[in-house]
Design a protein. Sequence first.
Length: 314
Amino acid sequence: MTVNEIVTNQIIHKLDEAEKTGKVYYWVKPFAQGAPKVPLSYDKSYEYSGVNRLLLEPDEYLTKNKANELNCHIRKGAKANMVVFFNVVPKKDSNGEVVLDKNGDVVMRGFLKYYQVYSRSDCLEKSGQNLPSKLNFKRYSHAEQTEQMRQALVAFNSMIEKYCQANKIKVEVIKDGTVAYFSPNHNTIRIPDIDNFRSIYEYAHTVAHEITHSTMIPLNRQGGTSKELYSKEELCAEIGAEMIIQNCGIPDDRQYKNNTIAYLQGWSSYLRNKKQEIVYAAAKAQEASELVMSYAKERERNIDISHDFDGEER
């Protein structure tokens, strides 16, 4: 069997096994430990409250004026976020006099206004780096990585660079980043810095996940905003990531391997025929992984996979 066939069979077997036993896997974010759990004001470090909790993702935000004060500029194409502010002031009559009630107390009136804020990761210093966080993000040195991992990572990064250059994909690496995503509208991938990931394996897997998403453009794969279409694309991206890193020889990480199953288990729950959709997504993932792998250096056709999906010897 090919690497992609092995990956597909292992994933389907693991999901079938989980469904029979009723076991539920829980996905754990592999980066941004120490990130804010609620939206925060960058300069004053207070928590946004009320409806702003619905308008903003957990992150650090600042206005354009504040960014200018810090000698920063806003990244081109960055999204402005609306913040709502409610306050009360004395009510005044047409002559500008403060209005009093029958008891002689000042009549107050409420008003609502809004202003725009930007994510800290979209505010760039003169060096081109994003504005550093004021929070204590956990960072990892990865000094313990093996020689096999180092060599595989070099080859992996080279392949990704060639693929992105050929497809005009911009990659934004964010120090202490809180999100990883592909934006088809801007043909841009945003990824946290490698030192924000718990393991090299999870870094490579996350990059490969977003790279698989990006293949929807050259392969004309259907996107969409409905839960069903979004779920199918997420299944494709997660399986494609597993295929890519195994084809690249990135050593399996037993400690975090079940994160893939948890991710697939979560998204497949939105689909009626899980088994059928997993097989369909795997076919799309294979097409995507073959496109990305075509940018790698010439490799031997028969790649020996010495470990199965759980990291145990076959």
